[in-house]
Write a protein that binds this ligand. Structure first.
Ligand SMILES: Cc1ncc(COP(=O)(O)O)c(C=O)c1O
Length: 449
């Protein structure tokens, strides 16, 4: 074999060599068609191979590939940031662009810190977060992440701010039923704030719908309203991490819009550029910005690539494609259909414990026993087996483990691009059906005909 200089994730695995893509499909060098049922890491929201986005990128690269935000501003960046305001119906006011979700959350931390410093509340610095959450892989935001497996090994580098229980009704940490729980998971935030000292707590960060840590777990209906009240009570900023959900994935432009969350800061990534350029963003409300402005603040932090015109041009083209083709609406419609079809095949598959999520972000938690919700022995790496069998059958789907307090709990996420058709949803679900039948049988489960 030819020498390969790529530092792969798994050193001992032979990866498919993907050469091109179109819509929800990718093609290997030898022409094999692979269904991209995951959109990469829930990222390629618009599907592969869109020429007008590639054209916009080329055009901007020729015109002006780079200009530094410390020295100037570009018209294309101004237009791009205006789309965040438009997409949120005016809710988001100022936007700061960076190259990835982890960077964006780091910027959100610095914005919050600045906010408190200029307002004379500088004793506030801790950013509370939840267990079984994910906010990125650089050390500052990995510290906020409660994704046990991804933290593992790096703990000595992680500054501990404080974590609370997730809002996870399928396996409620408080052993409650959603009808009568009294939102104890939201109350946990107030308890943590009081225990830490409200004068030290700057912000609370949460994914409105969980990403790969809890695989599309949705919050209890009243959760984020209560969280907002608690944040207001103690002068704490609320950060919605929408790196996975922002720009349409859940069937609305932003996932916070489903829940009356009213965040001060919204962090987006992935779908921001449709998957065509490394881009993410931090947006703040007018109220939040006004506090910085009125107190004569500034915001000097950033990265070399922050606010670059090339990313802005791609974002503008991607946003145009998204809105003109009404793909958020398609995402909602196809998401409902996908969930319905998965629910139908669930009858046959004894491991399907919970089917959840919104839009084209549908999670399936896989269990040993549907009635008791007993997790599958983590040592068999069941969800990974599903992921590998799916690939053997030419389909990529996301798999995860650790839903159950980081110790066990397998899950899948099906998250194709928003351009998907009903026929293609059928294709994904039919293939998943076959994959599950094979993996369940291989692990001693009785699959119903
Ligand atoms: C909710 C959430 N926040 C942050 C990140 C980190 O983004 P990136 O991988 O672009 O740094 C991710 C990535 O999956 C995510 O899902």
């Amino acid at each position: 074999m030819a020498q390969n200089n790529v530092l792969n994730a798994d050193f001992f695995r032979e990866y498919p060599r993907i050469d091109s893509g179109k819509g929800i499909y990718m093609y290997t060098e030898d022409g094999t068609e692979i269904i991209d049922g995951a959109s990469g890491p829930v990222l390629v929201s618009l599907g592969h191979g869109i020429e007008e986005i590639a054209d916009a990128m080329r055009e901007q690269a020729v015109k002006l590939a780079f200009a530094h935000r410390d020295d100037c501003v570009t018209p294309v960046l101004e237009k791009s940031c205006a789309t965040f305001t438009e997409a949120s119906d005016g809710y988001l006011y100022k936007t700061f662009q960076v190259a990835g979700g982890s960077e964006a959350n780091e910027i959100a931390i610095k914005l919050v810190r600045n906010y408190h410093l200029v307002r004379g509340t500088g004793s506030k610095y801790k950013i509370l977060a939840r267990w079984q959450s994910y906010h990125g892989s650089s050390m500052g935001v990995l510290a906020l992440s409660g994704f046990t497996k991804r933290r593992s090994g790096y703990e000595p580098y992680l500054f501990e701010h404080g974590h609370i229980a997730p809002c996870y009704c399928y396996r409620c940490w408080f052993d409650q039923k959603p009808e009568s729980c009294g939102l104890q998971c939201a109350q946990a935030l107030e308890n943590e704030i009081l225990a830490q000292g409200p004068e030290t707590v700057a912000a609370f960060i949460a994914e409105p719908i969980s990403g790969m840590s809890l695989c599309a777990a949705e919050p209890h209906e009243g959760y984020f309203k209560r969280v907002r009240e608690i944040c207001d009570k103690y002068d704490i900023a609320l950060i919605a991490d929408e790196v996975m959900t922002g720009f349409g994935r859940t069937g609305r432009m932003f996932a916070y819009q489903h829940f009356g969350m009213d965040p001060d800061i919204v962090v987006t990534g992935k779908a921001v550029s449709g998957g065509y350029f490394p881009l993410a963003a931090v947006s703040v409300t007018e109220g939040f910005y006004k506090q910085l402005y009125d107190n004569k603040g500034d915001f000097t932090p950033g990265y070399s690539w922050s606010g670059n015109p090339l990313g802005a041009a791609v974002q503008l083209a991607a946003y145009g494609y998204l809105t003109r083709n009404k793909l958020v609406e398609n995402c909602a419609r196809m998401g409902t259909y996908l969930k319905k079809r998965i629910t139908e095949i669930a009858e046959r598959h004894p491991t399907f414990g919970d089917i959840r999520g919104r839009g084209l972000m549908v999670g399936i938690e896989l269990v040993k026993d549907r009635d008791t919700k007993e997790p599958i022995d983590p040592s068999v790496k069941f969800s990974l087996q599903v992921n590998r069998e799916a690939l053997a059958q030419n389909m990529i789907i996301e798999s995860s483990s650790g839903c159950n307090r980081g110790q066990s709990g397998d899950a899948l996420v099906i998250s194709p691009a928003f351009v998907i058709t009903e026929g293609e949803v059928d294709k994904i679900v039919d293939r998943l059906d076959g994959v599950m039948t094979k993996v369940e049988a291989a692990n001693g489960f009785h699959v119903f005909p």
